[in-house]
Design a protein around this ligand. Structure first.
Ligand code: CA
Length: 241
């Protein structure tokens, strides 16, 4: 699998925050933007989450029931945590912000922060050099703006649901190669979401129908048991079954 698949704009974000009301609010906004989120209410939970999943970004509260976010981040950075970290805290004094950034945070937001600003700051973190993310993907006549989530084929809008757009994004980023089913499942669903065995196939079928209805042909191939492939070059007549 190419490294590019690690870079898709469908972000997987870990929210480390002990206020349930706040973490749910943030998760709702991020999910609305098409991202997958996990919530950890303690540093111990955050440790577990980081052990089992790769996160594109971590949103970190500082005052947590089992410790201090600054000390924890310093230790995690030494152990090799390289995800961008956005600190979110009520401590707004200049010294606190400097301590936070010195501990290895990439950015810092003081509560109360507007949800849209949290979302925008996360997008900005992922646009930084070294994280190759092009906001508009193009494969043949297909185009997907990963910021607005609008997809078009030959400039005709495709009305996609959030999950269909996310699925298409994964395929477009890996166009011409197989995108593994497990990768798709991890990216499209949160830990807590139940995945029915047919859910991914159902999304693929709907997407295929929409593309066909817009004249895109049958450009998504199922590799049974393995994953999906989006053709990266226009198909010549009769070259594929
Ligand atoms: Ca707190």
């Amino acid at each position: 699998m190419s490294d590019d698949l690690q870079q898709y704009q469908v972000m997987r974000i870990l929210i480390v925050e002990d206020s349930e009301r706040l973490s749910c609010l943030i998760a709702d906004v991020l999910k609305r933007d098409g991202h997958a989120c996990d919530i950890a209410a303690t540093l111990e939970h955050a440790e577990h989450a980081l052990d089992v999943a790769d996160y594109d970004a971590v949103l970190l509260d500082l005052g947590l029931p089992d410790g201090d976010g600054v000390t924890w981040l310093k230790a995690r950075r030494r152990l090799g945590l390289d995800s961008p970290v956005l600190m979110l805290t009520a401590r707004g004094a200049l010294d606190d912000r400097i301590i936070g950034l010195d501990a290895g945070a990439d950015d810092y937001l003081v509560k109360p922060a507007a949800m849209d600003e949290i979302s925008a700051r996360l997008r900005a973190l992922l646009r930084r050099p070294g994280r190759r993310m092009n906001p508009v993907l193009q494969v043949n006549g297909l185009q997907l703006d990963t910021t607005s989530r609008q997809a078009t084929f030959n400039n005709e809008p495709l009305e996609l649901t959030r999950r269909e757009a996310n699925f298409l994004e994964l395929l477009m980023r890996g166009a011409g190669s197989v995108v593994l089913r497990q990768k798709i499942e991890t990216a499209l669903y949160d830990f807590d979401d139940e995945i029915s065995p047919n859910a991914i196939d159902a999304i693929a079928s709907r997407l295929r129908r929409r593309l066909k209805a817009h004249g895109a042909g049958d450009c998504i191939h199922t590799l049974r048991g393995l994953g999906y492939l989006l053709e990266d070059a226009p198909r010549k007549q009769g070259t594929l079954p």
